[in-house]
Design a protein around this ligand. Structure first.
Ligand SMILES: Nc1ncnc2c1ncn2[C@@H]1O[C@H](COP(=O)(O)OP(=O)(O)O)[C@@H](O)[C@H]1O
Ligand SMILES: [Mg+2]
Length: 231
């Protein structure tokens, strides 16, 4: 479904990504793991056209999308949940969801009711303003909003950052459910243990380079990976 091939991305003159390549197959969950500043967010932004790479290629559903603008990619079915959530603080939960609605192609589309089924706590908060939600509730709303666009492929940037351990587990179950209904997912995370458990394939990035990759089983069995990631 997604193929990133040797991308180099810069912010101004700063060279951030050095030949990053990765692949996500349809229906799978892949993860991009690495510590703070490793280049995870920049990789997701490169895919979504927010930080277009200077070199290399990105293919989505067999089409070259390198450098295409984010709104075009969202229409093609890529959903994005940024790490800083970016919900509308002055709109209610319900309104945040409604303005993101975009009808998908299939019959099995996401609407407000289905988002509430996935995140029951949001239902009773439907009329609360986004800015008054807790961090975890805002994360749910950000994911719900991306789902309202009916993506086929979801980019999730640090879904567990700054939330309580009990919620981390709940988010894990949510991601498993999204996979079960057929979504393809790429998660960027620092939380290695949590993320590998949900994933089919993993990539480990450091200093803008992929240093290890493989199936989750391969990564778990790799002594160097275990040492580097503390698992
Ligand atoms: N807008 C920016 N301008 C310049 N440098 C940036 C910008 N955003 C991130 N960086 C730098 O790029 C590197 C990778 O950052 P990032 O992709 O955000 O890492 P991660 O998401 O893995 O924490 C870091 O060294 C960071 O300081
Ligand atoms: Mg980041």
């Amino acid at each position: 479904m997604l193929e990133v091939d040797g991308i180099h991305t810069f912010y101004g003159l700063s060279h951030i990504l050095f030949g990053v390549s990765l692949k996500v197959d349809a229906g799978q969950v892949a993860c991009l793991l690495g510590r703070n500043g490793a280049g995870k967010t920049t990789t997701l932004k490169s895919i979504l056209g927010l930080a277009p790479p200077k070199q290399g290629h990105i293919r989505f559903q067999d089409e070259d999308i390198t450098g295409k603008e984010a709104y075009v990619l969202v229409r093609k079915g890529i959903g994005y949940v940024p790490d800083d959530r970016r919900i509308f603080v002055d709109l209610t939960v319900g309104e945040n969801l409604e303005i993101a609605a975009r009808r998908g192609k299939g019959r099995d589309y996401w609407d407000k009711k289905r988002v509430f089924d996935l995140f029951p706590p949001l239902q009773r908060l439907e009329n609360r303003r986004g800015g008054l939600l807790s961090g975890g509730e805002q994360k749910m709303l950000a994911i719900g909003r991306a789902l309202m666009g009916n993506p086929v492929f979801l980019l999730l940037d640090e879904p567990t950052e700054g939330i309580a351990p009990v919620l981390v587990r709940a988010f894990g179950q949510t991601i498993v459910r999204l996979k079960e209904v057929g979504l393809t997912v790429l998660i960027a995370e620092q939380n290695v243990k949590f993320t590998l458990k949900l994933s089919d394939r993993g990539y480990i990035i450091d200093n803008g380079r992929i240093c290890y990759q493989g199936t989750v089983k391969e990564l778990f069995e790799n002594v160097e990976v275990r040492r580097t990631c503390g698992i």
